[in-house]
Design a protein around this ligand. Structure first.
Ligand SMILES: Nc1ncnc2c1ncn2[C@@H]1O[C@H](COP(=O)(O)OP(=O)(O)OP(=O)(O)O)[C@@H](O)[C@H]1O
Ligand SMILES: [Mg+2]
Length: 298
């Protein structure tokens, strides 16, 4: 059974797609896992990082995007989830020199429009807004789960904000990783997404859930070598679980956003951030193993 890892924050530009793709490469190369990335953002950044513009255009023109998948299967058309998966994407090679086995359900500019259409379809069956919204989210959740058969880890790169797809991803996830920048605006955003993930009304209710039992972990990104940043991370750690690994601002991370085509080693791809990638991998792999163990024991 696959482990579902959502990368989410209601705030934009905090490094969600960067962390999603970094973890996909690392879990595949360092961890030897079969990884699928599902691009749930109509900006399609994860798809562009993993396929480049040309590859992504070809995928969406041939009707193999997440929007096509939701649209085609929403009413129970018996299409196969596998038909929407692009295999061996990315520009990182495995130890054997072949492309790392990372797969992708490509994103689509139409994802938002399609969510509106699916809502209207459901609205024919009920006029209670909450019921309709829950049905759309629930249906998306079950469609996302259909990918689990062929993979060890499914990474869900969420759009900022609260789309149905993002809500479905948060419900599906065994664990949510919340990247944040160490500043006050980010702290508020982390609070809000944490309340949503844990289904709690306020921070007092959230505090009643032990950190070790939370379904999310935050990661500080874009960290400058500055006391104010470290202090902010400490403050957020008082309220939320925060990974020990943090990501500094690095050229290697910014450059990794660009797809170069020919596969190279993960260390070459991430340059001055190769050590950060390995460290993040090791901590997240431990977290996944511990969460799986709890689930089996439950
Ligand atoms: N640690 C870092 N060092 C340098 N650049 C970074 C770092 N983290 C992210 N970036 C850059 O910041 C920009 C935003 O990152 P990214 O697109 O991953 O954020 P996001 O949260 O997915 O944004 P959105 O909400 O728009 O989906 C990108 O250009 C990325 O290359
Ligand atoms: Mg993004």
């Amino acid at each position: 059974m696959a482990f579902f890892l959502a990368i989410a924050n209601r705030k934009g530009g905090v490094g969600k797609s960067t962390v999603a793709v970094m973890l996909a490469h690392a879990l595949s190369v360092h961890g030897g896992k079969r990884v699928l990335v599902i691009d749930l953002d109509s900006q399609c950044n994860a798809s562009l990082i993993l396929m480049g513009g040309q590859g992504w255009n070809e995928a969406r023109k041939s009707g193999r995007s997440i929007a096509d998948y939701f649209y085609d299967l929403f009413d129970g058309i018996p299409a196969n989830a596998r038909d929407y998966v692009a295999k061996n994407v990315g520009d990182v090679s495995a130890a054997n020199g072949k492309p790392a086995p990372v797969a992708l359900v490509p994103g689509s500019l139409l994802l938002e429009d399609i969510q509106g259409e699916l809502y209207l379809k459901q609205a024919n069956q009920s006029n209670i807004a909450d019921v309709v919204a829950n049905r759309v989210r629930g249906r998306m959740e079950s469609l996302i789960r259909r990918f689990e058969g062929d993979f060890d880890i499914v990474i869900l790169d969420c759009a900022p904000g609260l789309s149905f797809a993002a809500l479905a991803a948060l419900k599906t996830a065994d664990k949510v990783i919340v990247p944040f920048r160490p500043d006050y605006v980010s702290q508020l955003a982390v609070d809000r997404v944490a309340l949503l993930i844990e289904d709690t009304r306020n921070l007092d209710d959230l505090a009643a859930i032990p950190m070790s039992e939370r379904r999310y972990a935050c990661i500080a990104n874009y960290v400058r070598n500055d006391d104010r940043d470290y202090l902010m991370i400490e403050e957020i750690s008082l309220v939320h679980p925060v990974l020990e690994t943090f990501l500094p601002q690095r050229n290697g991370i910014a450059d990794a956003f660009d797809y170069v085509g020919a596969p190279r080693s993960i260390d070459a791809k991430y340059g001055d951030a190769a050590g950060d990638v390995k460290e993040l991998h090791d901590e997240v792999a431990r977290m996944i193993a511990a969460t799986r163990k709890e689930k089996v024991g439950a």
